[in-house]
Design a protein. Structure first.
Length: 480
């Protein structure tokens, strides 16, 4: 419900995946309908306590972004109350302490988040407090893009066509938050505690500051402005991990430090295949969100296509360990996994290559890889991660056919022809020439000695033979 005709004396905006102070649906509607608006964020222990690695780049990225958001709101006459606890308990408690009449937030689409919000809504209702929620992190949600027969799409291209047919200035317009900033309010001294530190929450600093990944709203805009200078080349450059071809905005979209409407509006206004190719990726993001909405069983570890749940993967734990550590003996796969482990990021082309290799070369259940990516990716988003893994495993919506199996050598030769990316993350192969680096086990013993790279010692031999595993994979799927 949009509270356009309702006026509140005091309200609370609950920030979650929307860590910015502009073009923000919940903040806009709260400011427009309230005399005084408080803002809050909760470091949710029900999420944080599940993280076994206390050196988590995502938590540090959020912390840095919260710090910037708090400073920005203070400069505009408000503040950000930052709490540490179970959000489902902290928000109703805070709303009662502040004596607000309404709480505003933006939709979250994962089943656990929906359950949390339902609980919060009930607790607020018992206290006589209204809970308003809005669409903010996508252009289209839930049932907004349906087929002519009023059914959800499970294939991307017709979804994209309908998305493009439906979108207009109404859906891409920004929320003019700045028009109502006079309604921001500072809470009293009870809530004036300094920002909680990472260390007091049980986390420690990562290498985030050494990575070229700016955080917060300013970081998102900095990356986007840089990308706009390269966007015309996006379609040709996006598949090559050794060049600066992608936007690097995925983590900013994940935590809402940049507006999806701003990105989609800008892309739609730029002519050329580069901008349209990038807009296509933003539409994929919406597509996977609506798949999750209409097929919530995928959040329970199920295949989108139920028949594939019967796949009997051998799941060799030694193969999985080699894959996780970037020691499979296939350089491009290993470079991809080492990039993930050392930075929390993996290039999109490499996500496909690494996933295909795990499932169809190593014959390991895609859910194992999905979980590993969920632990490591700084831009982890359930719907996109699940969609990507099920695409690679041929179990999902609009997935690659099960008989399509990436050859890790030809992928390497095609997308990292000069071995630039491999050399960065697999430096033990630096002395190999551009041909040798893709399949180093084929280098003669004499040549290995000359370049001082002993395959099997300095760099592992392949854990499997691709052509053999390909036949086993085909048999596994065929026998289903």
């Amino acid at each position: 419900m949009q509270p356009s005709t309702i006026t509140y004396t005091q309200s609370l905006v609950w920030f979650r995946r929307d860590l910015r102070d502009y073009d923000h649906a919940a903040l806009y509607y709260a400011l427009k309908s309230s005399t005084a608006v408080y803002c809050a964020f909760v470091f949710d222990t029900e999420i944080l306590d599940l993280l076994s690695d206390k050196q988590d780049r995502r938590v540090e990225f959020i912390w840095e972004s919260i710090k910037e958001l708090q400073t920005a709101l203070q400069a505009k006459g408000g503040d950000l109350i930052v709490l540490h606890g179970a959000a489902k308990d902290e928000i109703p408690k805070l709303a009662k302490q502040l004596q607000v009449q309404a709480v505003f937030s933006n939709h979250d689409y994962e089943p656990s988040a929906i359950a949390r919000d339902d609980f919060v809504s009930k607790q607020l209702s018992l206290a006589g407090i209204t809970f308003h929620q809005f669409k903010d992190q996508v252009i289209f949600e839930k049932d907004e893009v349906l087929s002519m027969s009023n059914k959800p799409y499970s294939v991307f291209t017709p979804y994209k066509n309908m998305w493009l047919k439906t979108v207009n200035d109404f859906y891409l317009r920004p929320y003019p938050v700045d028009n109502y900033l006079q309604n921001l309010a500072k809470p009293d001294v009870r809530f004036a505690a300094p920002l909680i530190s990472l260390e007091s929450m049980g986390f420690i600093r990562t290498n985030l500051s050494q990575m070229r990944l700016p955080t917060g709203m300013s970081g998102g805009m900095q990356l986007f402005e840089d990308f706009l200078e390269r966007i015309r080349h996006y379609k040709e450059a996006r598949d090559f991990p050794g060049v600066k071809g992608v936007s690097y905005l995925s983590v900013h979209l994940r935590f809402g430090t940049i507006s999806i409407r701003h990105l989609a509006r800008t892309a739609s206004q730029i002519e050329g295949s580069g901008a349209q190719g990038w807009l296509n990726e933003l539409i994929w993001r919406d597509f996977y969100f609506q798949i999750l909405h209409h097929s919530p069983h995928i959040a329970a570890g199920k295949s989108f296509k139920a028949e594939f749940d019967a796949l009997a993967f051998p799941n060799n734990p030694d193969y999985f360990k080699a894959w996780c550590e970037g020691k499979t003996g296939y350089p491009l796969v290993d470079a991809a996994m080492r990039q993930l482990n050392s930075t929390g990021f993996m290039h999109n082309r490499l996500r496909m290559v690494a996933a295909s290799f795990l499932v169809k070369d190593l014959l390991i259940d895609w859910r194992w890889g999905e979980r590993y990516f969920a632990e490591k990716l700084i831009d982890f988003d359930f719907s996109a991660n699940n969609g990507g893994w099920q695409w690679a495993a041929s179990t999902g919506c609009d997935a690659q056919p099960w008989f399509r199996i990436f050859n890790p050598i030809t992928q390497s030769e095609r997308f990292d022809a000069q071995g630039k990316f491999i050399r960065k993350y697999v430096p033990e192969l630096s002395a190999c020439n551009d041909k040798e680096i893709h399949a180093p086990w084929l280098i003669s013993a004499q040549r290995q000695s000359a370049i001082k790279v002993m395959i099997g010692q300095d760099y592992p031999l392949p854990v499997v033979e691709h052509s053999t595993q390909r036949e086993l994979a085909l048999s596994l799927y065929k026998n289903l």
